[in-house]
Design a protein around this ligand. Structure first.
Ligand code: ATP
Ligand code: MG
Length: 171
């Protein structure tokens, strides 16, 4: 299915914003505060993915960004277009990932520092599943991280023309 990546990404981020707003409205202290900054290309980005599965992937990465960040951190969501591929990224100002663990992070059940992770809850499957989904749609997923500074997760996907029919007119 060809979907608009700008809309799908916004939809996921809006939900994370809404969680905070509803906590505030109910006069309840949010479990954790964060700010989401969006830096999106103004161009529409169309990609061929399963929208439900891809939503889960972005949810996973956003959940990690919140879970492994201090209270009040900024999460930056970016969407850009290169010549052939769309690249989206989610950056946090959290714990970061030790260099020696960067290659393992997408493995099933891998969690950095068992004691640190146990306190946070989770199974260590989120990123393994995310990688499977992204690669199924010929995408790539990778991470850049500095311990105690933060992490950026990237996903790249080949983009398609919104209306492939237009190509016929051009011929
Ligand atoms: P779950 O299955 O609930 O997602 P999880 O969050 O532990 O559990 P993954 O999402 O696969 O599992 O992440 C694997 C490990 O990578 C985490 O346990 C954590 O140690 C590390 N990690 C993932 N995202 C981040 C992040 N944004 N900042 C720091 N560490 C991270
Ligand atoms: Mg996770």
């Amino acid at each position: 299915e060809v979907i608009n990546l700008n809309s799908l990404f916004n939809f996921v981020l809006n939900r994370f914003d809404m969680i905070l707003e509803s906590d505030a409205k109910n006069d309840q202290t949010a479990t954790k505060n964060y700010n989401i900054l969006r830096e999106f290309t103004k161009e529409d980005v169309w990609v061929e993915v399963d929208p439900d599965k891809f939503t889960q992937v972005l949810d996973n990465i956003m959940n990690n960004a919140v879970k492994y960040s201090p209270d009040g951190g900024t999460i930056t969501a970016r969407l850009i277009k290169t010549k052939t591929r769309a690249i989206l990224s989610i950056s946090d100002q959290g714990l970061g990932i030790p260099r020696k663990d960067l290659d393992s992070i997408f493995n099933r059940f891998f969690r950095v520092d068992k004691s640190r992770s146990r306190a946070q809850g989770g199974t260590g499957l989120g990123l393994a599943i995310s990688k499977e989904v992204v690669e199924k749609f010929n995408g790539r997923i990778w991470v850049d991280s500095v311990e105690n500074k933060g992490s950026t997760f990237y996903i790249s996907l080949a983009y398609v023309d919104e209306e492939p029919e237009d190509d016929w007119d051009a011929e």
